[in-house]
Design a protein around this ligand. Sequence first.
Ligand SMILES: [Zn+2]
Length: 126
Amino acid sequence: MKTRTTTQQVHILQYLRQKHSHPCAEAIHKEVVKQLPTITLATVYRNLNKLVEQEDIISFKVGNTYHYDGKVGDHIHGICENTGKIVDIEQPELVQYVRKKIHHHGFTPKNIRIIVTGTCKRGETQ
Ligand SMILES: [Zn+2]
C-alpha cells in the first residue's frame, strides 16, 4: 500500500536512483545530510525501511550490512569478495529462465534476487 512520501524519502530515493554503488545506510546518511542537515542516521534507517516496504527500493544483506538499491527491476548482483564492490549484472534472459523454472515448481515468484560472489577486475590482483 502506498503511503505519503516525505521530503526525507524523496531525497533518499533521488540519491539511490542516481547512485548505482548499492550504498549502506551510513553512506546514504553521509550524502543526504548535506541537503537535510538535521536528519539522523536512525531517521535514514526508518525511511529506508519504509521505501523497501513500498517497493520503491530493494535491500539485501552482505555479511552484517544491508545495502540499498534504487533499481527495483530483476537484476543480478555481483559482489567482489576482495574489494566488497557490488555491481549490477544485466542478464534478463537468465532471470526469465529462473522465473520460468521456479513456476514449474508450483511456486509463483515475486522478486528474483540473485547474488553472485567472486572477484572483480581490481579484486583479482589483490
Ligand atoms: Zn543493483
